[in-house]
Design a protein around this ligand. Structure first.
Ligand code: NAI
Length: 321
């Protein structure tokens, strides 16, 4: 039998934990002994208004179960550092940060106002930046941190009417991938999830028989696993819904190497002629498809493409400094 994953005395900050997914995470962390900061502005789905009730009710649910939680009503856009201060003032540290707060302003690009675009970017992406920036020095100092960024299938694949949301959500993946690199030596692990779950965000857009399968509690186990002190997982993207858990990764085609001596080198016509080779995802004798993880993966590619001697490959692109 596998061991129980305990979160005893871990301090968890969850943004947007007044309902939906955030609430589901909070209840499970608290059941497993964590001290939880329940942040929620308590606004509408579009981001207007505020109400302390959302966070207060989740804190009450946790307290009624004998767990430990405190509310925070700040917006991640305006006062993110105060959310971390709530954790420090009440519990003395911050171990786990779940970037979960979100709003929707769905409308096709032809009708999307600058305000529709900006407000969605502000809550999801800028909000995650601001609170992560506030938590980071504590995590670095204590050499422990676990961060989850909440992406979306709409960010990974696009979705009609969600250009603002897709941009913010894929931005969160890039943000997480760099944080994972910068945090690794401090034992700060950062991953992204792209969930699908029943909540006020989805209840009017998905059919009832699908919604029935999408209980938010089905997202919880992977989030807790990824944020446990013993996990070794970082720099990864997961997709999860209705009991399915899978991983997403980047894939580069085997591609095509053009000969610089060729008089037709680097012309649009040369691209046209080799289009099927450029976009071929089958392994080729000269190059294999790849699942790149870092900028320095380009070193190999450039060395091969330009037929450079191996030593020219040293230090051409510097990362992880
Ligand atoms: P939800 O609407 O129930 O939860 C979002 C919470 O964030 C709300 O309680 C809201 O009051 C809070 N919030 C909004 N703006 C805030 C701000 N400025 N500061 C603090 N809190 C704020 O929706 P749900 O579904 O639980 O969403 C949670 C996260 O999961 C969101 O980031 C969402 O984009 C993401 N997601 C959800 C999916 C789903 O199928 N439900 C699909 C993909 C991603």
């Amino acid at each position: 039998m596998s061991e129980t994953l305990s979160f005893k005395d871990r301090v968890v900050v969850i943004t947007g934990a007044g309902g939906g997914l955030g609430k589901a995470y909070a209840l499970e962390y608290a059941k497993r002994g964590a001290k939880v900061v329940i942040n929620d502005l308590g606004g509408t789905l579009k981001g207007s208004g505020h109400n302390a009730k959302a966070a207060d009710l989740v804190v009450k649910d946790i307290n009624d179960l004998g767990g430990i939680a405190v509310p925070n009503y700040d917006s991640v856009t305006d006062n993110a550092s105060n959310i971390i201060k709530t954790a420090i003032d009440n519990f003395g540290r911050v171990d786990i940060l779940i970037n979960n707060a979100g709003i929707l302003r769905d409308v096709s690009i032809a009708k999307m106002t600058p305000q529709d675009f900006q407000s969605v970017i502000d809550v999801h992406l800028n909000g995650a930046y601001k609170i992560t920036r506030a938590a980071w020095p504590y995590m670095r100092e204590q050499k422990f941190g676990r961060i989850i960024n909440t992406c979306s299938p709409a960010g990974l694949f696009g979705n009609f009417g969600q250009a603002n949301y897709s941009a913010a959500k894929l931005g969160l993946v890039g943000f997480a991938e760099t944080l994972a690199k910068e945090g690794f030596k401090y034992n700060i692990f950062v991953n992204s999830i792209a969930p699908l779950a029943r909540s006020r965000m989805t209840e009017n857009v998905l059919p009832a028989h699908i919604l029935k399968q999408l209980g938010p509690e089905k997202i919880v186990p992977l989030v807790l696993y990824l944020t446990h002190q013993d996990t070794t997982v970082t720099h990864s993207i997961f997709e999860l819904a209705a009991g399915f858990y899978g991983q997403i990764r980047w894939e580069r085609s085997s591609g095509q190497i053009f000969n610089p001596e060729d008089p037709n080198f680097f012309t649009p016509e040369a691209i046209l002629n080799k289009w099927s080779e450029i976009t071929d995802f089958k392994d080729k004798s000269f190059n294999k498809t790849q699942h790149p993880l870092q900028l320095s993966d380009y070193n190999d590619l450039i060395t091969k493409a330009r037929n450079l001697p191996k030593e020219n490959n040293q230090g051409s692109i510097k990362i992880n400094s």
